[in-house]
Design a protein around this ligand. Structure first.
Ligand code: ZN
Length: 132
């Protein structure tokens, strides 16, 4: 699946918001943006609640053991978050290529805000505005 400018900006926001820390094991360093429901679901592809900052090992575990992974996810964020994601995933409003450009711009702006807060010394998770 091709990675778009919107994907890149979104991924950076997810990782920066979490301070380059793994949401599963707490390790910090190089992180990956992992989707709960895969990127082929364009109605939630750029939704903050559909992505996690994970280290490479936990990202692999996530895909190798999806049942255990979802159990962990529901335990941490509540089953309501999963229900909302499914509802939004089935939303029939398609995301156009044109909207994708706006999404990229939105997350580049959000990233600048996050990086500014980080530079000012904010630690831990920093919230940001989700497009979807
Ligand atoms: Zn991890």
């Amino acid at each position: 699946m091709k990675i778009s400018a919107a994907d890149t900006a979104f991924s950076k926001c997810i990782r920066e918001a979490n301070g380059y820390t793994c949401e599963m094991c707490g390790k910090d360093g190089r992180m990956e943006c992992s989707h709960v429901y895969s990127r082929r679901h364009r109605t939630i592809r750029w939704c903050k609640d559909n992505a996690k900052s994970l280290c490479n090992g936990c990202h692999r575990k996530w895909h190798e053991s999806p049942v255990a992974a979802f159990k962990w996810f529901e335990g941490k964020y509540g089953s309501g978050r999963v229900e909302l994601l499914i509802e939004q995933m089935n939303n029939r409003n398609k995301v156009s290529k044109l909207e994708e450009k706006d999404i990229a711009k939105h997350y580049r702006e959000q990233l600048r805000i996050l990086e500014g807060k980080r530079a000012d010394g904010e630690t831990g998770y920093i919230d940001f505005l989700s497009w979807q």
